[in-house]
Design a protein around this ligand. Structure first.
Ligand SMILES: Nc1nc2c(ncn2[C@@H]2O[C@H](COP(=O)(O)OP(=O)(O)O)[C@@H](O)[C@H]2O)c(=O)[nH]1
Ligand SMILES: [Mg+2]
Length: 469
């Protein structure tokens, strides 16, 4: 069942209003009103500056907003009426562009409430857009992601999804499944004619859909790096220069630098932007045999944090001979499922060892860099290496990436259904079993676009949006 229009049919919607711009003083502030009363509210509260205000849809009119009794001017504004269905929500929408003072905005909002509007819940404008078929659920989610994007790349992905890129991909997968289902249903109708030992042919669309889902799923890890940023953890024994490196990369004196070993005990995280990506950089306690309980806690935290890293920077001191502690750190991080960078620090001092003295070096996929955290040498190369783990950026061009865990889980569910369907056909079960699995896979895909989804899930998604969106 398509969700389009289902809510509107239940009862006439209220007219909602909210301030759509952030709280605080600014040049402008926008109030958004949506619902059947929007045109009337405009006529009641707006006093046009010119005679020719005939409330044409999508036209901007200049004038004043006045109080309900018409006695007091509240602000000089621009208003636009966007008539249904060609508006963001698919309803009549009134936008009032006023001066950006919370007091003005609040007073105008109060006039709207007096006339029968109610305050919009978080995400309610987007929810209405979804129910009125103005956008699918993946687009509504993309919009929220775009608004909260913290890097240029995250914004780009959100924009591509808003333009329907993910919805189109899901649509292509749906078509494959519907075609496969048609093939299977024809086979079910003719089951009586088929000899018992004849195995029904697996429709080729099932393979194609599994392949397509695999591609889409493989983008998740990468897309997450774009949207949530890269977790980079600096580790190494005490005094190799971890805190100095954090300070140099962030350009701030965030972590204490001393020549006393064991100074850093807590995790210190700073976020920087590199190449349009957010990098969450964490300085950690130096790893050695702990001298007290606090240091032990700090070191335990490091190991936990390393488990979640996307990149680990193992820092070694190039000016002093390698120690057992260095060997231990290198060994413990050797087989991690993340990118490892080995940075040999203090390149400004005479070298005490050569890279070929490192055990197991060169290791495949491990970069070795020479840096001076104190004087900045080699840091540009390190910056590049930190972000050089997002692979090909091609997928961004058509936006065929998944960024939400909800989408990933739904795709995995659909893929599992298809694999079961495939197995059941190759082991000679009735095509009815496979057809059932295909229908389940279709349902899982429809959860992504919101064509079929529980109301409580929908509510949860929209309530995480901001007010006025
Ligand atoms: N010569 C030189 N000294 C450095 C460099 N990086 C850090 N240090 C010094 O090494 C000592 C320990 O630095 P710190 O950043 O506190 O190391 P941490 O214990 O690994 O956090 C301090 O005296 C720093 O000034 C570097 O690139 N060159
Ligand atoms: Mg430190």
């Amino acid at each position: 069942m398509n969700r389009k229009g289902t809510r509107a049919n239940v009862q006439a919607p209220d007219t909602i209003a909210a301030i759509a711009t952030p709280f605080g003083r600014a040049g402008l502030g926008v109030i958004r009103v949506s619902g059947p009363m929007a045109p009337e509210l405009g006529r009641l509260l707006f006093r046009p500056a010119h005679q020719n205000c005939n409330w044409q849809s999508h036209h901007l009119y200049h004038g004043d907003i006045v109080t309900v009794d018409g006695t007091t001017i509240l602000d000089e504004v621009l208003v636009t009426l966007m008539r249904k269905p060609s508006s963001f929500t698919g309803e009549d929408v009134l936008e009032i562009s006023c001066h950006g003072n919370p007091l003005i905005l609040q007073t105008i909002l109060e006039q709207l409430m007096t006339l029968g509007c109610r305050p919009a819940r978080p995400g309610e404008f987007s929810e209405r857009a979804f129910f009125n078929g103005r956008m699918d659920l993946s687009q509504a989610e993309a919009l929220a992601a775009m608004i909260s994007a913290q890097s240029a790349k995250a914004y780009q992905i959100g924009l591509a999804q808003l333009k329907g890129s993910l919805g189109r991909k899901i649509g292509e997968l749906r078509t494959l499944l519907i075609d496969a289902l048609a093939g299977l249903e024809a086979a079910i109708d003719f089951t009586d004619d088929v000899s018992e030992h004849e195995t029904p042919v697996t429709p080729p669309q099932i393979h194609a859909a599994i392949y397509g889902m695999n591609l889409l799923l493989s983008t998740y890890r990468q897309a997450r790096l774009f949207t949530e940023g890269i977790q980079a953890v600096i580790t190494g024994k005490p005094n190799v220069g971890k805190s100095s490196l954090l300070n140099s990369l962030t350009g701030r004196k965030k972590a204490i630098v001393t020549d006393i070993p064991g100074t850093t005990r807590d995790l210190i995280t700073e976020t920087i932007t590199l190449g349009g990506l957010c990098v969450h950089l964490t300085d950690t306690a130096g790893i050695r045999k702990p001298q007290d309980a606090i240091e032990k806690e700090g070191i335990d935290l490091v190991w936990e944090h390393l488990e979640q890293a996307d990149v680990i920077v193992i820092l070694l001191d190039g000016s002093k001979p390698l120690t057992e502690e260095d060997q231990h750190i290198l060994k413990q991080n050797k087989n991690r499922d993340c990118k490892i960078l080995i940075a040999v620090n203090k390149s400004d001092l005479p070298a005490a060892w050569r890279p070929d003295q490192l055990p197991d070096y060169p290791l495949s996929g491990v970069n070795l860099l020479k840096i001076s955290a104190k004087f900045g040498d080699g840091l540009d190369t390190l910056r590049e290496a930190l972000t050089d783990l997002t692979g090909s950026h091609d997928m961004l061009s058509d936006g065929g990436m998944i960024t939400q865990l909800r989408h990933k889980l739904a795709l995995e569910k659909a893929q599992a259904n298809l694999t079961t369907a495939q197995e059941s056909l190759t082991t000679g079960h009735s095509p009815e079993f496979a057809a059932f699995e295909l229908r389940c896979a279709l349902e899982a895909l429809d959860e992504i676009t919101g064509q079929k989804i529980h109301d409580d899930v929908l509510h949860k998604i929209f309530s995480s949006f901001c007010i006025g969106k």
